[in-house]
Design a protein around this ligand. Structure first.
Ligand code: TYD
Length: 148
């Protein structure tokens, strides 16, 4: 690993907790998300994790170019993000916050509460060749990014 961080490598400080619109209503609250408006990318895919058994860990990978917004649509869970240098843990427990992850951020999701739903908005369709599933390969990829 090089001693100085590549300026083009995404970092944990690029991962932002975004507050989403919330319409308060005594009948129940409503949150909406418009692609490109409330997400920094056009939405191409939506998926969700649910029925996650207690103690399970999801994720454990990075994406070469995919951007995502991760939302605790129900319940709570933690997202650990890692840019190859620094790690940070976010606890998501509100349906009107989303954690934005740019490309090339390693993530692990754990600490799922019972009945939690992890909603993910993604910038592209699913492609397995877009994943980096090996942590050492991830660090090498980040270090090898062009400096200009
Ligand atoms: P994966 O992204 O590894 O799950 P997680 O990061 O949430 O732990 O995906 C698990 C499996 O589901 C894997 O075989 C690929 C498949 N999958 C799709 O077919 N389409 C999708 O949009 C996603 C996210 C996963």
């Amino acid at each position: 690993m090089s001693p100085t961080r590549n300026a083009h490598a995404p970092s944990v400080s690029d991962c932002k907790l975004l507050e989403l619109p919330k319409i308060h209503d005594p009948r129940g609250n409503l949150t909406f998300i418009e692609g490109g408006e409330h997400t920094p990318f056009p939405i191409q895919r939506v998926y969700y994790l649910y029925d996650v058994p207690g103690g399970e860990v999801r994720g454990g990978h990075a994406h070469k170019s995919l951007q995502q917004l991760i939302i605790a649509a129900n319940g709570s869970f933690d997202v650990v993000i890692d840019d190859g240098r620094e790690r940070q843990r976010f606890h998501l427990n509100r349906s009107y916050y989303g954690l934005y992850l740019p490309r090339l951020i390693w993530r692990e999701l754990d600490n799922f509460s019972s009945g939690s739903v992890c909603l993910v908005l993604a910038s592209a369709h699913y492609a397995e060749n877009e994943y980096i599933r090996d942590y050492r390969e991830f660090c090498k990829t980040v270090d090898a990014l062009p400096t200009k």
